[in-house]
Design a protein around this ligand. Structure first.
Ligand SMILES: O=P(O)(O)OC[C@@H](O)[C@@H](O)c1c[nH]c2ccccc12
Length: 259
């Protein structure tokens, strides 16, 4: 079984457990459910364009950072100009949890992307209830109809949608209601990173689509290359997280761009 199938199999078990413990009604009664969300479409153009990620581990890299404090890192990301913060909420494979979002929600004023494997309507209510603003839809694990339906539900809940694609084939999941398209530079099957592949794919998107280059951006040069090719946003995790102080690494990175 490939890694994505493994993750999805586990995710299905997790979701049915969550459903048995927390009802939809409970989710709707949560403190954050009625809050007005922040728009990543707005902050992407107003700020640096970088969506900085908090990620403890991953299937491709193993442990990345086990000691940093999510609140400290999130505050520094915000202070230094991040357009948004991506928080992995998958625990088994990425070491994340809902508390990471709950802890920072009231402390920062930029959008939070709930980064997880979204395959069931329930998870969108969950995302809203913990204070997320944006959800990730991964085309590799969804049908075009699911993407359409999940996008509608997200919008009803006031969440924006980032659709992640990696192949030309997955473009069939795109629809005009999608808020942002992320092109993953990393192949989720073999973890290879190829920036040019993403540039080629970006050129197939309808003009005016907000595009985000995701993963494997490891230097100012990588960033500048992708920016010069017209990407509007940049999702970066490991480059910051593999340091003892991810916030400081982000601050340094931003200061290099300003020069
Ligand atoms: O740590 P990196 O290489 O900078 O990548 C960040 C982000 O793009 C990556 O975590 C990611 C992109 N798409 C995903 C889907 C699921 C889990 C994780 C991801």
């Amino acid at each position: 079984m490939n890694i994505l199938d493994k993750i999805i199999t586990r995710k299905k078990e997790e979701i049915s457990l969550s459903k048995s413990q927390v009802s939809l009604k409970d989710l709707k009664n949560s403190a954050f459910f009625e809050r007005k969300t922040f728009s990543l479409k707005d902050t992407l153009v107003q700020k640096s364009g970088i969506i900085a990620e908090f990620k403890r581990k991953s299937p491709s890299k193993g442990i990345i950072n086990n000691q940093s404090d999510v609140l400290e890192v999130a505050k520094t990301y915000e202070k230094c100009g991040a357009s948004g913060i991506s928080i992995l909420t998958d625990s088994d494979f990425f070491g994340g949890n809902f508390d990471d979002i709950l802890k920072i929600r009231n402390e920062i004023q930029i959008p939070i992307l709930r980064k997880d494997f979204m395959i069931d309507e329930y998870q969108f209510y969950e995302a809203k209830s913990i204070g997320a603003d944006v959800v990730l839809l991964i085309a590799a694990c969804l049908s075009p109809v699911q993407v359409q339906e999940f996008t509608e539900l997200s919008h009803e809940l006031g969440l924006e949608v980032l659709l992640e694609i990696h192949t030309e084939e997955e473009l069939k999941c795109f629809n005009k209601n999608i808020d942002l398209v992320g092109i993953n530079n990393r192949n989720l099957q073999d973890f290879k990173v190829d920036l040019q592949h993403s540039v080629d794919l970006k050129n197939l998107l309808p003009a005016g689509t907000l595009s985000i280059a995701e993963s494997g951006i490891y230097s100012v040069q990588d960033y500048q290359f992708l920016k010069s090719k017209g990407f509007d946003g940049f999702l970066m995790g490991e480059y910051f997280m593999k340091n003892e102080n991810p916030g400081q690494k982000f601050e340094e990175f931003i200061s290099h761009l300003a020069r």
